[in-house]
Design a protein around this ligand. Structure first.
Ligand code: GRF
Length: 240
């Protein structure tokens, strides 16, 4: 069987269940990021960012590392967390990023919490805000304060699998490809213009943990380059 035959055989036999085909599994490590990563743009002055996180904070750390490695020409002025005991807060301490807690339990409504967020980010004069695993629904108060400047990361190829447990939704739907998206935030949850996406193959051997981990590895690449893309738009807007 020549290579083309092998490929065709692979494609045909995969038609019934692509996730059970070993030819595809050999390609599993290949993920696609689009738009493709380019040389990181320089900003003068560098981007001044605020970040929001609720839990583990690995995406927050990916942003800090991208800044340290000169992949993202930015500075994080402030991390806001809503859970005092979250790992994101400990990461901020370790990485030397200022962190404040706005504990949602201490606010009477989502709007009041968002007013506090706006106040904090305004105080730090940030030009954009990254929701790096913020597990609260945001209101028009925050969105209107940062029009086209509020960014969210979501573990699916939007518009598929919005909302909670996107990885579980993808597994349940038995899709052969899932991934992650970075998008501008609009009032509809997990909606808004997509800045960039990464496609991640779903393997027959995947469980929730293994797929989540593979998607997260792509998130850590996707988020910094998406922030750079957004930053270019912000600076172009400012010039016109
Ligand atoms: C990420 O998977 C992100 O897509 C979602 O929340 C998760 C946060 O992970 N919005 P971490 O806290 O950055 O590790």
């Amino acid at each position: 069987m020549n290579n083309l035959d092998k490929k065709e055989n692979c494609l045909t036999s995969s038609a019934s269940n692509p996730r059970q085909n070993s030819c595809y599994e050999k390609d599993a490590k290949r993920s696609l990021i689009w738009p493709p990563p380019q040389a990181s743009p320089k900003f003068n002055p560098r981007l001044n960012l605020g970040v929001m996180a609720s839990g583990n904070g690995s995406n927050f750390e990916a942003l800090v590392k991208a800044i340290q490695n000169s992949q993202l020409d930015a500075h994080i002025s402030i991390l806001v967390v809503n859970n005092p005991n979250c790992e994101a807060r400990r990461r901020a301490q370790r990485l030397g990023v200022p962190c404040v807690i706005h504990n949602h339990r201490e606010f009477s409504s989502r709007e009041e919490l968002d007013k506090a967020l706006v106040k904090t980010f305004t105080k730090h004069a940030v030009e954009g805000v990254v929701m790096a695993g913020w597990m609260r629904i945001v209101t028009p108060i925050l969105i209107a304060a940062f029009p086209n400047r509020l960014i969210n990361i979501h573990p699916s190829l939007l518009p598929s699998f919005r909302g909670l447990d996107a990885v579980g939704q993808a597994l349940k739907a038995r899709v052969p490809i899932s991934g992650c998206s970075v998008h501008l935030v609009t009032p509809q949850v997990d909606d808004g213009p997509v800045l960039a996406q990464a496609a991640v193959p779903v393997l027959s051997s995947d469980d929730h943990q293994s797929l989540s981990e593979r998607i997260q590895r792509m998130e850590h690449q996707l988020l910094p380059l998406s922030v750079a893309l957004a930053g270019q738009n912000w600076r172009n807007e400012a010039q016109n």
